[in-house]
Design a protein around this ligand. Structure first.
Ligand code: ARG
Length: 434
């Protein structure tokens, strides 16, 4: 294991001790030279965050630290809210792309998930949304993290993704003699409805659907519609009745519009969105999740990872168009949340997408907002995470340098606190949890 990860694990264990041992509330004061709160556009300098039992109680420039509080002085660092990635595949890794993935069991996928959850947390992502996993391995992962048995981001998970026979969310790598059908496959509105009920039954927090074809699937096209409007409506109605949101994989122009009209909560990829699609997204308040870092990794490393040559060809056709769509979406002031598709590229590299968001049109503050308060809103967790404000969970990160002048400092997160417990600290010379 990487030494920083190993030390971080030890820190996270240590950090939970005072919570168990102390009598009365556990108070922590985190000090740093600067603070970006995720909500306002100003930078607070200097900054103190007072935390009690894992929750933020006060934020200010010069607060008096209550007696008995443990003080963590992060010096010249900049504090930010814990980051959020709304599109990850924790149970997958790039090395298992294409045919290689067929030999991986569900229990093995769950173990990949444990290791990737830790990497994601250490990269500063204290919350994430897992959109598609086989055998409910992501449900198991969420339960283990929530129970405190594994270190990882707080998770919302979808379980298996719903889609049509032979579509992006079906497995098309095997010939018919294997009679394989992916567990989320559903054809027709009633079958789709039943499938939505089934994944909710087995623990899905949200429903992931494949509305269009994709890049990494065999034998389909990103621009081609898959689930019909009728099927999408049935799934969304069923999900919303159960209080679950719907995330729709949709690269194609037509599918994007059909999914928005059906009432999905987010469009994932959104590569070929047109002007009408953008207006619809704004009118319906649908979030757009552009995974624009993905293209770099797929084109450079895809073949080595086992991705099919046809997938590389599809990526060449769609990657730059997606980036142009992202630029148009920023100009149109569409709602956006930070989602990367980690798992296609290595977990822990999630923050590499920030530089692209800025290069293709967002201000650094907008890019940060998309991965904090805006992402929290899409998750339905706006009252809990996404900003440094009294009443919210104490999920904080710190970086060295100013992310507003150099967004890439977010690729090197030095301090991570989740729920008031320090899980990583490479800032202070003592290197200890406090
Ligand atoms: N999972 C997605 C798919 O297979 C990845 C798309 C990656 N490409 C991109 N330009 N974002 O369709």
């Amino acid at each position: 294991m990487h030494p920083v990860l190993k030390r971080s694990l030890v820190l996270s264990l240590l950090a939970s001790w005072p919570v168990l041992a102390a009598e009365g509330p556990v108070r922590v004061a985190v000090k740093a030279a600067h603070l970006i709160d995720g909500k306002t556009d100003r930078v607070l300098s200097p900054a103190v965050v007072l935390i009690e039992d894992g929750r933020i109680v006060q934020v200010g420039a010069a607060l008096s630290v209550p007696a008995g509080a443990k003080v963590l002085d992060l010096g010249q660092a900049t504090l930010l809210p814990g980051l959020i990635d709304v599109h990850v595949h924790l149970t997958g890794v790039p090395e298992n792309s294409g045919y290689k993935g067929l030999g991986v069991s569900v229990p093995r996928e769950a173990l990949y998930g444990a290791s990737n959850a830790l990497k994601t947390l250490m990269a500063g992502f204290t919350s994430a949304r897992n959109v598609a996993a086989g055998g409910y391995s992501d449900v198991a992962l969420r339960e283990a993290i929530d129970a405190g048995q594994l270190a990882g981001p707080r998770l919302l998970v979808s379980g298996p993704a719903l889609g049509i026979t032979g579509g992006h969310c079906d497995e098309n790598l095997l010939p018919p003699k294997f009679h394989y059908r992916e567990e989320g496959v559903a054809d027709g509105p009633w079958e789709a409805r039943a499938k939505a009920r089934e994944v909710i039954k087995y623990g899905a927090d949200l429903i992931k659907v494949c509305a269009s074809g994709g890049v990494l699937s065999k034998g389909d096209q990103p621009g081609a519609p898959q689930l019909t409007a009728e099927e999408l409506h049935a799934i969304v109605e069923e999900a919303h009745r159960a209080g679950r949101k719907v995330a729709a994989h949709a690269h194609g122009t037509q599918s994007i519009k059909e999914a928005i009209r059906a009432g999905v909560d987010s469009i994932e990829h959104a590569s070929l969105i047109d002007e009408e699609g953008l207006s619809l997204a704004k009118a319906y308040g649908t979030f757009l999740v552009f995974d624009i870092y993905n293209d770099d990794f797929i084109l450079q490393e895809g073949l080595k990872m086992g991705m099919l040559p046809e997938s590389i060809a599809k990526e060449k056709a769609v990657g730059q168009l997606q980036r142009a769509s992202f630029t148009r979406a920023v100009k149109a002031e569409a709602r956006m949340a930070f989602g990367t598709d980690a798992g296609v590229y290595p977990h822990g590299d999630n923050a590499k997408q920030f530089a692209l968001l800025v290069r293709y049109g967002m201000t650094p503050m907008q890019a940060i907002r998309s991965a904090t308060l805006d992402a929290a809103e899409l998750l339905g967790w706006k009252d809990k995470v996404g900003s440094i404000e009294p009443g919210k969970r104490a999920d904080l990160i710190a970086v060295q340098g100013d992310p507003l002048t150099d967004i890439r400092v977010l690729e090197d997160v030095r301090f991570v606190m989740k729920d008031g417990a320090v899980v990583k600290d490479t800032l202070r010379p003592s290197g200890s949890g406090g």
